[in-house]
Design a protein around this ligand. Structure first.
Ligand code: OOG
Ligand code: MG
Length: 264
């Protein structure tokens, strides 16, 4: 059994890497092989450090809910991370990415909950727990060198969470199973796909999030935001670029990256 002190020490190194823009070697290649439970315990510490700095918990994000993402990152299971207030990028805002290591951006769908959802729920139950849906762009930034990690490593690193940008909330009346999604950078489409890439229907990601929240030691509450996971592979965030996601029925979301993003 890993001691709480070791869990804290690993979390501190991850937090230090994020704050100082200093990527670290993944634990798996340092001979530290974490169980999923240990990885989530580290994640809770990493998030607690952000909260201790005055940030609030806004919800969760699912990872690896599409085949495209699993293939891109070489992993084969779903993960759950925390979203905090410091990660929020306003729709249409100018986003300074200078503090990030090697940021990437990916197209997502977001849910806003009106009922608590932690545990085992069916599709119709999770649908009735949703207050609103929105198109979303997620910015991820691994604290590991070269964006290389095992599944447990990335869980410990709060699933590479770094930023998220939400479009306008819509009443959840649309069938989300197969909506066109186009992510463009400086006006040119870079990822063209469908919400069907997210487990065949993004609501299934909410079923998985409710289940994983228990394993992660967190809960989904009324008012929580849930990102369903990327519908396509992620794209490197290009310096001085404009990123936009256009979705069928749900509208658009966009931001502009200002400062030079020097990839490490
Ligand atoms: C982990 C985060 C995965 C998604 O949407 O699948 C994720 C990573 O790719 O570094 O956010
Ligand atoms: Mg994502």
């Amino acid at each position: 059994m890993m001691q709480q002190a070791e869990i804290k020490a690993i979390a501190e190194q991850l937090d230090h890497a994020a704050l100082n823009r200093q990527p670290i070697t993944q634990w798996a290649t340092q001979g530290i092989s974490l169980s999923s439970a240990q990885a989530y315990a580290i994640q809770r510490e990493v998030v607690a450090q952000r909260v201790a700095r005055g940030n609030t918990l806004l919800g969760v994000k699912m990872g690896f809910t599409s085949r495209a993402k699993m293939l891109q990152m070489g992993v084969s299971d779903m993960i759950l991370g925390a979203l905090t207030s410091d990660m929020l990028i306003e729709d249409g805002a100018v986003f300074n990415a200078a503090g990030l290591i090697h940021p990437r951006v990916e197209p997502e769908i977001a849910f806003l909950l009106k009922k608590p959802l932690s545990g085992d729920f069916g599709l119709s139950e999770v649908i009735s727990a949703v207050e609103a849906v929105a198109p979303a762009l997620e910015v991820i930034d691994s604290r590991y060198q070269n964006f290389k990690f095992s599944l447990a490593d990335v869980i410990a690193d709060n699933c590479s969470s770094a930023g998220f940008c939400l479009g306008s909330w819509q009443k959840p009346t649309a069938d989300l199973a197969n909506l066109g999604m186009v992510m463009s950078v400086n006006g040119a489409a870079v990822q063209i796909g469908s919400s069907a890439a997210i487990l065949g229907n993004p609501y299934r990601s909410l079923v998985a999030a409710a289940r994983l929240a228990v394993a992660a030691g967190t809960s989904l509450l009324p008012g929580s935001i849930v990102l369903a996971g990327a519908a396509s592979a992620a794209e490197a965030l290009i310096p001085n670029s404009h990123v936009r996601l256009s979705t069928e029925l749900l509208g658009n979301v966009e931001f502009t990256v200002t400062t030079d993003v020097e990839q490490r």
